[in-house]
Design a protein around this ligand. Structure first.
Ligand code: HEM
Ligand SMILES: *[C@@H]1O[C@H](CO)[C@@H](O)[C@H](O)[C@H]1NC(C)=O
Ligand SMILES: *[C@@H]1O[C@H](CO)[C@@H](O)[C@H](O)[C@H]1NC(C)=O
Ligand SMILES: *[C@@H]1O[C@H](CO)[C@@H](O)[C@H](O)[C@H]1NC(C)=O
Length: 328
């Protein structure tokens, strides 16, 4: 027991197929699949354009890599990866930006606008906002030190959005493990994908309103860590609701496996984070990512590719928006 506690203290720190596809597209069928080569002829410059704007944005503010990654997640979980999240509300159109998981929280839309402008200069009218988001999310992860992967593209943009879908499909931070698992399963993602994709919380920040109950009321949290987070987040809701704290306490601008190292030390910031290591069926997977950064990277990439495959609009469905904020 003593050895175990000592080891834990040491780890935790104390205190402180191209032709067929072409035919499918020509036939205008909706069964076309995404592919990594979709823009090889129509817009080979898209990758450099996205990367340079993303790199400049991250040089200005490192958090932007996290913010764009989260936009991709919140887009894909609501009627698929179709840029529905990017549509602005108007007097006659209710988008997703004001839904509970998004309101006052999602950010980075100006960066997506800047990328779209850069891409339109290189090849006007060709690349969807949905694909821009997928490529930008990857580039943000890479810029912050995470793994790279070939992004499947060929998505088209929606002409609709779903406010209720944003409220119902995106997991709230109060979720328990069973609910997290079922909300991912509803998108065709496994519990393993859910645990690996949650590693995105190795970067970025959260608001007091989303971690208050966990740091004041939950018992599966390191005491010193809870006190530290309480100090920046008043107990009573209202004041300080938007105060920020890092999801990964030490390195919120570096994409690595520290998120999982925090979880085994009971230093997850959100209730939902700590649910992944709380004596349940996902503990072993969390432990495996603590031991192996490469296992995490491989599973994260697999999860990102699967998430990017959620219900894309292809063929003649949807449109290529001219402005990511409005339908054409
Ligand atoms: C497993 C269920 C998940 C829950 C309950 C959850 C919840 C949250 C919450 C509450 C925040 C803080 C928002 C705020 O306070 O304004 C957040 C931030 C974030 N989430 Fe998640 N999330 C989940 C999964 C994911 C996934 C799958 C990804 C991406 C693959 C992701 C990426 C991020 C990033 C990068 C941030 C920081 C954004 C920034 O700093 O702007 N999350 N998440
Ligand atoms: C979005 O947040 C703002 C500011 O907190 C609030 O005034 C507004 O009522 C919220 N909108 C919705 C639809 O909840
Ligand atoms: C979790 O799922 C249960 C059963 O489906 C449901 O009643 C409950 O409201 C859910 N809780 C959250 C936080 O999603
Ligand atoms: C903690 O739990 C109590 C009792 O359920 C509740 O009244 C209080 O609002 C909670 N506090 C926070 C910060 O969530």
């Amino acid at each position: 027991m003593a050895t175990r506690a000592a080891t834990s203290a040491a780890r935790c720190g104390s205190g402180a197929a191209v032709l067929l596809m072409l035919l499918a597209v020509l036939a205008g069928t909706s069964s076309a699949q995404l592919s990594t080569g979709f823009y090889s002829y129509s817009c080979p410059g898209v990758y450099d354009a996205v990367k340079s704007v993303m790199q400049a944005a991250i040089a200005r503010e490192q958090r932007m890599g996290a913010s764009i990654l989260r936009l991709f997640f919140h887009d894909c979980f609501v009627q698929g990866c179709d840029a529905s999240l990017l549509l602005d509300d108007t007097a006659s159109f209710q988008g997703e930006k004001m839904a509970t998981p998004n309101n006052g929280s999602v950010r980075g839309f100006e960066v997506i606008d800047a990328i779209k402008s850069a891409v339109e200069k290189v090849c006007p009218g060709v690349v969807s906002c949905a694909d821009i988001l997928a490529i930008a999310a990857r580039d943000g992860v890479v810029s912050l030190g995470g793994p790279s992967w070939d992004v499947k593209v060929g998505r088209r943009d929606s002409t609709t959005a779903s406010f209720s879908g944003a409220n119902n499909n995106i997991p709230p931070p109060t979720s328990g493990l069973a609910n997290l698992t079922s909300l991912f399963a509803a998108q065709g993602l496994s519990q393993k994908d859910m645990v690996a994709l949650s590693g995105a919380h190795t970067i970025g920040l959260a608001r007091c309103t989303n971690f208050r109950a966990h740091v004041y009321n939950d018992t599966n949290i390191d005491g010193a860590f809870a006190r530290t987070r309480q100090s920046g987040c008043p107990r009573t809701s209202g004041s300080g609701d938007n105060n920020l704290a890092p999801l990964d306490l030490q390195t919120p601008t570096v994409f690595e496996n520290n998120y999982y190292k925090n979880l085994v030390c009971k230093k997850g910031l959100l209730h939902s984070d700590q649910e992944l290591f709380n004596g349940g069926s996902t503990d072993a997977q969390v432990q495996s990512y603590v031991s192996s950064q490469s296992a995490f990277s491989a599973d994260f990439v697999t999860g990102m590719i699967k998430m990017g495959d959620i219900m894309p609009l292809t063929g003649s469905n949807g449109e290529i928006r001219k402005n990511c904020r409005r339908i054409n």
